[in-house]
Each structure stands twice: as C-alpha cells, then as structure tokens.
Design a protein around this ligand. Sequence first.
Ligand code: AMP
Length: 117
Amino acid sequence: MSDCLFCKIRDGEIQGDIVFEDDDVLAFNDVNPHAPVHVLIIPKKHISTVNDMSAEDVSVMGKLFSTAKNIALQRDVSEDGYRLVVNSNKQAGQSVFHIHMHLLGGNKLGPMVDRID
Ligand code: AMP
C-alpha cells in the first residue's frame, strides 16, 4: 500500500472532493483553499516531483494543462484569469510529494512569489 496521500485519494482510500477524472488524470478541490477556486490536478501515475519526470511522462503533464483549461472554463475563471502553480521540492513549498498542479482563481491574486533575494 502506498504512503502517498494523493495516491490514496486516487485509490479511494481517502475521500477526495473529485471534480474530474479520466484514465491518466485526477482533479479534486484543495482541502485548504487559498482562493475561491483552488483545484489540484495530478497525474494518476505516482511521480514525486518534476525532477522525477521521465520522457514517458511528458504527455500526461500536457494533460494537466488541458484539464486545468477545462476546469477553469467550467468554474468560470477563464476570462478573468487564473494561476497554475507546480511546487517542486521543499524550498518551493512542496508538501505532498506526488506532482500536482494548483489551479487558483476567482479573485485577484497577489504577487506570484515573495521577493527572492
Ligand atoms: P504543495 O504545498 O504544493 O505540496 O500543495 C499540497 C496541497 O495539498 C496543499 O494546498 C494542501 O492544502 C493540499 N491537501 C493536503 N491534503 C489534502 C487532501 N486530503 N485533500 C485535498 N487537498 C489536500
């Protein structure tokens, strides 16, 4: 059994508020939303970080973007704008080590990152 939280949501061992699913991709509402629309979009395949992607994973990463586009339309944030974020490793704030794309929208978002010195 996997110790990965998002694999457990994928496998139905932990309940997720799922908004989209197909053979390769799963999307669910973030449990601690940072915006009126905050959806996490993951590859069903367990890939820990962007650093762990291989050539065969390129197409599913493209599907994360097309899923984000479709959900943004459904949630009516396409026109006003939304942000897609993928944190990779600890210093970037990644806390769940299964690649996920954050889709954030529904209000005016602040600066993309804190100033980095
Ligand atoms: P990150 O910090 O980029 O790794 O993002 C992890 C995200 O997963 C955070 O925004 C959390 O709020 C979210 N999260 C943690 N547990 C759950 C859960 N059980 N269901 C949905 N989202 C979760």
